[in-house]
Design a protein around this ligand. Structure first.
Ligand SMILES: Nc1nc2c(ncn2[C@@H]2O[C@H](COP(=O)(O)OP(=O)(O)OP(=O)(O)O)[C@@H](O)[C@H]2O)c(=O)[nH]1
Length: 527
């Protein structure tokens, strides 16, 4: 998504400012202008961007900052806070209560993804033990009921609608009543849309809302509508009591900045984003982790959650054994690479193997992540495990999502496969040439890959201690006893750099509250 590019541009602007010999008024202005340009290009409303710039300047008064202050950090924090403010209306949306009757009405223009999103929302809650039901009050678009019926049947969610009744209010009321009688706790009413904002649409929405008295009205907006987002969202808000926003199609080429505008227009939070056409391509939206990822500052807790979702339990003990013995072989590298590929859109997960192999240090981080994966003993939710999953690498500090070109996955896998059965000790020049000939790859690539392997293997020998402790199952002592210094020794150097060095790591450990979360990180959390 293009929002990732926005994040990249902002991070670069901050980085450029940091590289300046002195951070003075000019450096700050240049940085803010760059950020303004990036936000405007992403379709964020002009007024919002201007306000943000003014606020940051008010907060960061360079003259008042004593020489010892870390100006870069202060400016970065101010930018972070302002972006969060844009996305956070300051009050949470109504939270449905499990076991009670909750009526949630969906509104939005035709094609915004409303019907699809209703089902995603129902399915999301159903997986968490709710009893959702879907009501199709869209009598305007032919085929709307069939679409909802098809989606609901697939997800095994009860539904209500009619092929003959043309009054949406009547259907909505009947559906809500029926599902109240059936003790459903989340009754979702899908309403009709129009191609554009029309008086008839708003009138219909008002009537359905008055008749069903929803606890929450969710406005569904297509992320690709650009600068029109603010006005569209405001028009809906003026007609019905919009209490939350869901932005769809965040997987596409949308610039996505409209999401920020929609929040400002409705004064309601974004609660989910749609990231694809499938039922499970739906993510909870949290402001701080989102902005953090956008700016390449990472979201470790989200990252760990994702990891717990995707790593097969049965592959953990064996790898753990190998790693704890410092036994990082080419075979391990290959197998873990296979694992990555199974995780889903790998391009989202890691840079693209082509890049890693071309001599960056990213591979170390990949395997560090795998180390975390394989130390995570939390049971896999079987249902989730079957789904197509992805780990968003941007959750790791120091990475912004636009650093991940797609399309090199197969290439990287093929290269690693060439080395699969080779004993590193026997890997001399003539052997490498033979491998290159046999696999049709240039010798240079084979050599580079082998060098990469050696570097990772070396980094992994530092991890031995961690592995042993984890293997003994002594998670609590691991988390209690490991201080930032020990941790820094165990981390691959490049990873440590990405965390922001010792200082960054200390901060991170503090943030994570060294106890429970660190235990979770290494597999000792709640079972
Ligand atoms: N790529 C992608 N496609 C989506 C997403 N959400 C919905 N769609 C697609 O967008 C198209 C329109 O979705 P619908 O759910 O039919 O839209 P709607 O707003 O209900 O349309 P009306 O019922 O006519 O008002 C469908 O092809 C969906 O599969 C998403 O998050 N990503």
């Amino acid at each position: 998504m293009v929002l990732a590019q926005l994040g990249g541009s902002i991070s670069r602007a901050i980085q450029q400012m940091s590289n300046a010999t002195v951070i003075d008024e000019k450096a700050l202005n240049d940085c803010l202008n760059e950020i303004t340009r990036a936000l405007l290009q992403s379709d964020v409303q002009f007024k919002l961007v201007r306000d943000m710039q003014t606020n940051i300047k008010k907060i960061v008064n360079l003259d008042d900052l004593a020489a010892g202050h870390n100006k870069r950090k202060i400016i970065q924090q101010a930018i972070f806070n302002e972006l969060c403010k844009m996305l956070d209306p300051g009050k949470p949306s109504f939270a449905p209560k499990k076991g009670k009757t909750n009526v949630v009405m969906f509104v939005g223009l035709q094609g915004s993804g409303k019907t699809t999103t209703c089902t995603k929302y129902a399915y999301y809650h159903q997986k968490k033990g709710w009893k959702p039901a879907l009501v199709c009050a869209d009598t305007f678009r032919a085929g709307a009921f069939d679409q909802l019926k098809q989606n609901a049947t697939k997800a095994k969610i009860p539904f209500y609608g009619s092929y003959t009744e043309s009054d949406p209010v009547k259907i909505a009321v009947e559906g809500v009543e029926r599902f109240k009688d059936e003790n459903c706790d989340l009754i979702i009413v899908d309403t009709s849309g129009r191609h554009k904002q029309e008086a008839s649409l708003f009138e219909e929405m008002r009537q359905v809302s008055e008749a069903t008295r929803p606890d929450l009205v969710i406005f569904v907006m297509d992320s690709s509508i650009g600068q029109a987002a603010f006005d569209q969202a405001q028009a809906f808000k003026q007609s019905v009591a919009v209490g939350a926003v869901i932005i769809t199609k965040m997987d596409g080429h949308a610039k996505g900045g409209g999401a920020l505008s929609a929040v400002a227009a409705t004064k309601s939070p974004v609660i989910f984003i749609g990231t694809g056409e499938h039922m499970d391509e739906f993510e909870v939206f949290d402001v701080k982790p989102f902005v953090s990822r956008l700016l390449g500052m990472g979201d470790l807790s989200g990252f760990m959650d994702k990891i717990k979702e995707v790593v097969p339990m049965d592959q953990q003990p064996e790898l753990l054994q190998k790693l704890s013995e410092g036994n990082f072989t080419l075979r391990v590298m290959y197998e873990q690479f296979q694992n990555l590929l199974k995780m889903g859109p790998i391009g989202q997960v890691f840079f693209g193997c082509g890049n890693m192999i071309r001599g960056g240090h990213e591979m170390e981080q990949v395997f560090y992540c795998l180390f975390l994966c394989n130390h995570s003993n939390n049971a896999l939710d079987q249902e989730d495990g079957d789904d197509k999953k992805s780990v968003v690498f941007s959750m790791l500090p120091g990475f912004s999502a636009d650093l991940m070109p797609k399309g090199h996955e197969k290439e990287g896998q093929a290269k690693i496969k060439q080395l699969d059965n080779s004993n590193p000790k026997l890997m001399n020049e003539s052997r490498m040439m033979r491998i290159a000939r046999g696999s049709g790859r240039p010798v240079r690539e084979v050599m580079e890959l082998f060098e990469e392997y050696k570097r990772i293997a070396k980094a992994w020998s530092n991890m031995k201690g961690l592995g042993k402790m984890a293997k003994k199952g002594d998670m609590s002592s691991l988390s209690r006893n490991m201080n930032a210094q020990q941790m820094s020794k165990a981390l691959p150097p490049q990873m440590l750099k990405q965390f922001g060095g010792m200082g960054g790591l200390q901060n991170l450990m503090k943030q994570m509250g060294s106890g429970k979360d660190m235990m979770g990180m290494f597999g000792g959390g709640d079972k």
